[in-house]
Design a protein around this ligand. Structure first.
Ligand code: PEP
Length: 252
């Protein structure tokens, strides 16, 4: 059975003090939820990762980084390596978020390097991709998603896929309040699973969790998560409010 995952991307939000308060509240809230084959992941900013990681040590909540550099170490001012993440017991990293692609110029080629560096350090990857509105309007969304996945991930061997979680995030639905319909999400997720099955063996495709991201909120989570190929969500804005995030977890 595929693992279900609800992951919260906190982006550049929450100070150290606010992070402590939010993690504390969240720990209480998740205790009340029956987690059936479901993982709960939060991704605070780099400076708050270690605190969040320590605070969640004995809880079901896992901690992920929002990004990392592709090099092992060196003269890369302001950057963080995979090994540094591992050294504070962070085992998962989000790569390829559309904001990294748009504001920091991350390309599929660069992301392939980051993917390799993460895997070399035994990090699990939540790999994000998705089309912009113009692509969808022109009917190019399948082509765009196919190209993003192929260029960043298809050089991997099948064994590496046990460390990959896919996150389909149509850019037009991120932080806009506009959500893909459950049917649009299912259509794309089924396409992605077939794409993976075409390149690897079908068990790789069957086992990879594919998350949906883009304005998921308590009011739409259940319908989206009910779709066959949707294995959970990557949540932005709604992950910053315990009430909303726990309602989304419960919806799965
Ligand atoms: C995201 O940034 O990954 C995201 C899905 O954001 P939001 O839920 O706010 O649309």
């Amino acid at each position: 059975m595929r693992t279900k995952i609800v992951a919260g991307n906190w982006k550049m939000n929450k100070t150290y003090q606010e992070t402590k308060a939010l993690v504390k509240e969240l720990k209480h809230a998740v205790k009340e939820i029956e987690l059936d084959n479901t993982r709960v992941v939060i991704a605070p900013t780099f400076v708050n990762l270690q605190k969040a990681s320590k605070m969640t040590k004995n809880s079901v909540i896992e901690v992920a980084a929002q990004n990392m550099h592709q090099a092992a170490s060196g003269a890369y001012t302001g950057e963080i390596s995979a090994q540094m993440l591992k050294s504070i017991y962070v085992d998962t990293v989000i790569l390829g978020h559309s904001e990294r692609r748009e504001y920091f110029g991350e390309t599929d080629e660069l992301l392939a390097e980051k993917v390799n560096a993460a895997l070399d350090n035994d990090l699990e990857i939540i790999f994000c991709f998705g089309e912009v509105l113009e692509d969808r309007k022109q009917g190019n969304h399948f082509k765009v998603v196919e190209s993003q996945i192929k260029h960043a991930l298809f050089h991997l061997d099948s064994a590496a896929w046990s460390k990959i979680i896919l996150a389909y995030e149509p850019v037009w639905a991120i932080g806009t309040g506009e959500t893909a319909t459950p049917e649009q999400a299912q259509e794309m997720h089924a396409f992605i699973r077939e794409l993976v099955a075409g390149r690897y063996m079908s068990d790789v495709a069957e086992e990879v969790s594919i998350l949906y991201g883009g304005s998921v909120k308590p009011s739409n989570a259940q319908e989206i998560f009910s779709k066959n190929d949707v294995d959970g969500g990557l949540i932005g804005g709604a992950a910053l409010k315990v009430e909303d995030f726990s309602a989304i977890i419960a919806a799965i």
